[in-house]
Write a new protein. Sequence first.
Length: 277
Amino acid sequence: MSSLEWFSHRPLGGGIFWIQERYYESGNRANIWLVRGSEQDVVIDAGLGLRSLPDYLRASGLLAPAEGAGPRPLLAVATHVHFDHSGGLQHFEEVAVHSAEAAALLQGDNYEAVTWLSDREVVRPPWPGWSARQFRVPPIRPSRLLREGDVINLGDRQLTVMHMPGHSRGSICLHDKDRKILFSGDVVYDGSMIDWLPYSRISDYLVSCQRLMELVNRGHVEKVLPGHFNMFGAERLYQLASDYISQAGICHKISTCAMRSIVSIALRVANSGITSQ
């Protein structure tokens, strides 16, 4: 299967494109965002990596330069290193990730990447004989380590890094302040927030949700482009963040701790045959 078959995209206007992996039919299927700038293009998250995303971007004309100009630099930014967002980073020359998860990416740590893929989720194998048992996030050396407040300059637009741990320790959002757009990764999407993975932390998530609510209160966000499911606006963002805070009581913490223990054991068993070097 070619990259052109594996991916599909939809233009959203303003130099933003929504890309998905057509044959990965799962709630874990991540949204991939291409943001084009006058001097640099950025891909936010990269999917599983079963086919080359850069090849798709070139073949579909999404990286076409302005007339008479050379190709713009292309940077892949991982909102976090979970497998459904980071597997495709291997196909990019320039990769950025938050410093808290750089070691996991460099080591190919499929425990921290929570690699959990089944054959039934991939409804059309990317090549003959493919099996989910073969899948892993390979070691990738990031070319840029991100921290809170860093700015990714695309020329005519800037994306500000907001470190928002809770779902994972290196989770980030990217904020286009001028256009009031938030690329939220898995920090928040229109569904239940997951805080029971090995490096999730409820106390961090509570602080991140407070920051999300402050963005809305200050009028800094009008549109959210999340890591999964559909886009939504400021009112829904505020509701999702405030609901998490109100529900994070003692019962939630106890059940989350139990769930994390079960998931941790299952991940270690599932990835016991995967080397990290």
